[in-house]
Design a protein around this ligand. Structure first.
Ligand SMILES: [Zn+2]
Ligand SMILES: [Zn+2]
Length: 154
């Protein structure tokens, strides 16, 4: 990424953080920039590894992830595999990012963001109201394309 674009990006995040009445600290901006670059949700460990090169330690990354999640910038994705993953809610490249389904590969454990219309849920009459309102998180587990086409070893 060219330095000028990186700078612009940091300025945008600084404004967004301040608009929520929070202090736009360097680690908060660094965490948002790291998330902006990703195509899928990342664990705290992934992000800490990413940001250690910039001099931020694991505890700092964690604390700022929690702050940014509470402030509504970051969504916490729970795929039921005992790992929390984090992603930016409003990503410029993807308007609907807060409400898309996620796919967890049961073989390799990779998580992918799916397009919003990749999965359609039809609520039957006895479904909970949240489902009828489409106010649910959709998470799917199965084998990803890479694992699905690999020969099964016994
Ligand atoms: Zn897989
Ligand atoms: Zn996602």
């Amino acid at each position: 990424m060219p330095a000028s674009r990186n700078r612009k990006n940091a300025d945008d995040f600084r404004d967004q953080i301040r608009a929520k009445g929070l202090r736009a600290t360097a680690p908060r901006i660094a965490v948002l920039q790291a998330l902006e670059k990703l195509e899928k949700p990342a664990t705290h460990a992934d992000l800490a590894a990413d940001l250690s090169a910039e001099g931020w330690d694991r505890a700092t990354v964690y604390r700022n992830l929690v702050d940014l999640t509470e402030a509504g910038f970051v969504a916490r994705v729970d795929m039921g595999d005992h790992l929390w993953r984090f992603e930016l809610k409003a990503k410029k490249s993807r308007e609907d990012s807060s409400e898309h389904p996620h796919f967890l590969c049961s073989t390799c454990g990779e998580v992918e963001c799916l397009p919003k219309d990749a999965v359609r849920v039809t609520a039957s009459s006895r479904a909970p109201r949240a489902l009828k309102r489409n106010d649910v998180q959709i998470q799917i587990t199965g084998r990803c394309d890479r694992c699905g086409t690999a020969p099964v070893r016994q």
